[in-house]
Design a protein around this ligand. Structure first.
Ligand code: SF4
Ligand code: SF4
Ligand code: FES
Length: 277
């Protein structure tokens, strides 16, 4: 039977408050570890026991919200998705994600990443804006077309890939793996017609051509998104487009009204919550 007795490890936590501290420092805190305990649980213990002002960002505690990305034992990871036991070390080093400015302690300033993400228009771009604002039906998409972008849509915008990318580390203007992968996610969507608009944003030197395809971003991604693959597909599509070889159907149309008998066991749609007109 596994030994379930608690043991103790040292949480070595990086502290820094810009404008107040001259330079970052490391603080050691002893924490009793219980089976199943995550690094995020450990940080809460540190905060309760001995460092009430320690700052980090977290919310869901289940690898969904993307807010608890940190540098844990030298690798960008989600604190809530990393068990202390899996690290296998007596000293757990926790710092903020590299390649971002620090707001305080373990809180990175993710604004540059999200500004680039916003500039690349990460949503369906189409001409039928009225239909989009007030949908009458869903847009039709085949399972095969869904597969074209599904993996990229699992991104939770945690920034771990940005922290691991050597190009982001050396070129602050590089768009980076998260925004590029999300641009490719929408460019690959059969319901989207925004390739041309996103291509204009990417036409400078800061887009996918700066990617060296080292793949570090995909190595650390906690959701299996594979942003390095998305970026290489983006390069392919841009080259095909330049050579006028990129074939693309018009964006998917609104699905036809279903015909035939309703399938058994499917409940009727709930009433509208927003009044028509
Ligand atoms: S691609 Fe992966 S590592 Fe990068 S932001 Fe999305 S979920 Fe995080
Ligand atoms: S594959 Fe490209 S985006 Fe990913 S870490 Fe390497 S250089 Fe950065
Ligand atoms: S707290 Fe939401 S991903 Fe970790």
């Amino acid at each position: 039977m596994a030994d379930a007795r608690p043991r103790t490890v040292t949480f070595r936590v990086r502290r820094f408050e810009p404008g107040r501290d001259e330079r970052p420092r490391w603080e050691d805190h002893r924490v009793e570890v219980t089976p199943g305990m995550t690094v995020l649980d450990g940080l809460w213990k540190v905060k309760e026991q001995s460092a009430p002002s320690l700052a980090w960002r977290s919310s869901c505690r289940m690898g969904i919200c993307g807010s608890c990305g940190m540098l844990i034992d030298g690798r960008p990871r989600l604190a809530c998705n990393t068990q202390v036991a899996e690290l296998g070390s007596e000293v757990v080093a926790v710092g903020p994600l590299p390649n971002f400015d620090i707001v305080k302690d373990l809180v990175p300033d993710l604004r540059p990443m999200f500004e680039t993400h916003r500039d690349l228009r990460p949503y369906l771009l189409r001409d039928d804006t009225e239909e989009q604002d007030d949908p009458t039906r869903e847009y039709w998409q085949s399972p095969h077309e869904l597969e074209e972008y599904l993996q990229f849509s699992y991104c939770i915008k945690c920034g771990c890939c940005m922290a691991a990318c050597p190009t982001v580390a050396t070129d602050p203007h590089y768009a980076g793996p998260m925004p590029l992968a999300q641009a490719q996610r929408y460019d690959s969507d059969s319901r989207d017609a925004g390739f041309g608009e996103r291509r204009e944003v990417l036409s400078g030197g800061d887009g996918p051509w700066r990617c060296h395809f080292a793949g570090e971003c995909s190595q650390v991604c906690p959701k299996g998104v594979d942003p390095a693959k998305a970026i290489q597909l983006m390069k392919r599509d841009l080259v095909f487009d330049l050579l006028r070889l990129r074939r693309r159907k018009p964006p998917a149309a609104v699905a036809e009204a279903p015909h035939g008998l309703p399938r058994e066991g499917i409940p009727p749609a709930p009433p509208r919550t927003v009044p028509e007109g």
